[in-house]
Design a protein around this ligand. Structure first.
Ligand code: URA
Length: 204
């Protein structure tokens, strides 16, 4: 069993906070062990809780559309949440729930080592950008300790308020260029140009 699978098992059996009581399944997240891109949402909703998988409801369908618009499939990326269990009635996560669940997310990031982390919504944005308004910084990539973070609106926001739809689509459209830029920075430097052949003189 990989370290990530062991961690998933630990998350599935976690009973550290009140959310364990009413959940059907904890939702660790899913995607390749070595994913380049990690999406972090807020918390599982009804469908995620029923299936034990992240982003499988309406917001998830929109996320898949946004991914396919930029040539990605959900199996190409790691998708998880700050909170691994569904809060009752989809209420906002409470500070103690966020604090207790946070080490799981930190361990996922440490194991997967994504190059790009895209935070979806306010709660996941706060893991790196505290006390700022998402309306001011959405879509702006920032590199911190070698990882590029891009805060974005939550896809569910677009389902509830259509004016967010184009903002999210515009922010997603920036992802390919950001990935290309990272690939370029990571590429080994080109080999030095060969010395021009020396014209041998007849006299030496
Ligand atoms: N919203 C989230 O933030 N996460 C999910 O997994 C589903 C909906």
């Amino acid at each position: 069993m990989s370290e990530l699978e062991e961690l998933n098992k630990e998350i599935r059996s976690c009973r550290q906070c009140r959310l364990a009581k009413d959940r059907r399944y904890a939702v660790p997240g899913e995607g390749p062990d070595q994913a380049t891109i990690m999406f972090i949402g807020e918390a599982p909703g009804y469908h995620e809780d029923q299936q034990g998988r992240p982003f499988v409801g309406a917001a998830g369908q929109f996320l898949e559309t946004l991914l396919s618009d930029i040539g990605l499939k959900r199996r190409d990326v790691f998708i998880c949440n700050v909170i691994k269990c569904r809060p009752p009635e989809n209420r906002a996560p409470l500070p103690d729930e966020l604090a207790l669940c946070r080490p799981f997310l930190d361990r996922q990031i440490a194991l997967i080592q994504p190059q790009v982390i895209i935070t979806l919504g306010r709660y996941s944005m706060e893991i790196v950008f505290k006390g700022v308004s998402i309306t001011k910084i959405h879509g702006v990539a920032r590199k911190i300790d070698g990882v590029t973070y891009i805060p974005m609106f939550h896809p569910a926001a677009a389902l509830h308020q259509p004016r967010y739809r184009s903002l999210i689509e515009e922010d997603f459209a920036k992802i390919p260029a950001i990935l290309a830029n990272i690939a370029e920075l990571d590429a080994p430097p080109p080999p030095p140009a060969p010395e021009p052949p020396q014209q041998l003189s007849l006299f030496n």
